[in-house]
Design a protein around this ligand. Sequence first.
Ligand SMILES: C[S@@+](CC[C@H](N)C(=O)[O-])C[C@H]1O[C@@H](n2cnc3c(N)ncnc32)[C@H](O)[C@@H]1O
Length: 293
Amino acid sequence: MHIPKRYALLCNTEIFQLKMLSDLTRIDRYKAAVAALVRPGDVVADVGCGSGLLGRLCLDQGAAKVYMIDVSERSLDVARYLGAIYHPGADIDYIAGDAKSLTLGEKVDLVVSDIVGTFGDDEGMSETLPAFCRNNAKPAARLCPVRVTVHGALCRWHSSSELPELLEPQRPLVDYAASEFTCYRETDPATISLCHAPVVLADFDGTATNRLPASWTFPAVPSGCPCTAIAVWVRVELARGIVIDAGPAGERTMWCIGVFTPPAALAGTLGRAPLTVTPMFQADSKVTLRLDA
Ligand SMILES: C[S@@+](CC[C@H](N)C(=O)[O-])C[C@H]1O[C@@H](n2cnc3c(N)ncnc32)[C@H](O)[C@@H]1O
């Protein structure tokens, strides 16, 4: 089979951006949120712009200027390329760098972002957005998303019936220590049955006032309930009343459900007593749950 050279040279960064550009539910919901938030003439920051999708949605709604910011030069190349096609002549500043430590030349009216990850903080959202806003947002600036809640529940997890995701097949992402839960990213909600009503593990409104909690606690369930795993997912309020719920009862988007299976010592006892674990978010999407003693 002939693979054109440019395609063959796509790296993970570009494939990741392509996946996000193909997630129609996510795009549709961001489009509605941006339509509710942008005012004509706004100066906007697209924090973690990737392909520049969110900033371009803001231009479509009448924003006067967009700062597109990303740590990844390769993503910025894609954003520049698409910006030239879809918004030639628009006032767009492309900035390579870590949004946590950037200072723009002016304060912005609106900050749009999708650095939510699968668990609300695996891309460092709770640190990055407040730091960026402190340095660069007007006091009355609007923020998208306005709120991210992380939900979880003990569950029964059956093996997936669908094809694995392109980059994240159904396998542990890393090697785990004996005290750590193994993390899978599940895309098929039908494989998950919750054993109790979901608990809110974290609640984040874009300010620094309610950083994500250090540990997650799950209740005991009635004896005989065959729990096999913990399911964790996000509910993202992009603008007031405009929501993406990535949970088992929610919608299919690339924000999949994190499924954590217990270390051998705990298998079979899950749910018999309340369980507290510490989530640890590390580089390269590595997320582990460490058992609290
Ligand atoms: C999930 S992608 C979203 C891309 C695009 N905004 C979209 O919605 O399609 C997150 C992007 O944020 C960037 N990113 C993550 N943390 C960042 C930071 N602290 N500063 C700048 N960019 C960051 C990543 O490189 C990645 O391109």
